[in-house]
Design a protein around this ligand. Structure first.
Ligand SMILES: [Zn+2]
Length: 91
């Protein structure tokens, strides 16, 4: 299976304006070291354009099946947003 479970696939594949949704965000510059990966996993309240200041909740495990997300999603093909391409840092 490409995704850890069907529920995660649905929630990460819906349009960004869907509230709530799950987004996989690839950091290319200063990614938080506690993530242990260049990918961040967030629950957001939906948005038109991604911004680091959006209200969002970082998650480490799939809320549906418990898979550790950083171990499962290790490829750009899963990224909804890529720093420097689909959003820019405020500075
Ligand atoms: Zn899952």
């Amino acid at each position: 299976m490409k995704y850890c479970c069907n529920c995660f696939e649905v929630n990460v594949s819906v349009p960004s304006t869907t509230s709530p949704n799950i987004r996989i965000v690839k950091f290319t510059k200063d990614f938080p070291p506690e993530y242990g990966t260049v990918y961040g996993f967030f629950v957001t309240m939906g948005y038109a354009k991604f911004d680091l200041n959006l209200p969002k909740l970082a998650i480490k495990f799939c809320p549906y099946c418990g898979a550790e997300l950083r171990n499962f999603y290790r490829s750009d093909e899963f990224a909804n947003e890529i720093e420097g391409e689909t959003f820019a840092n405020p500075d």
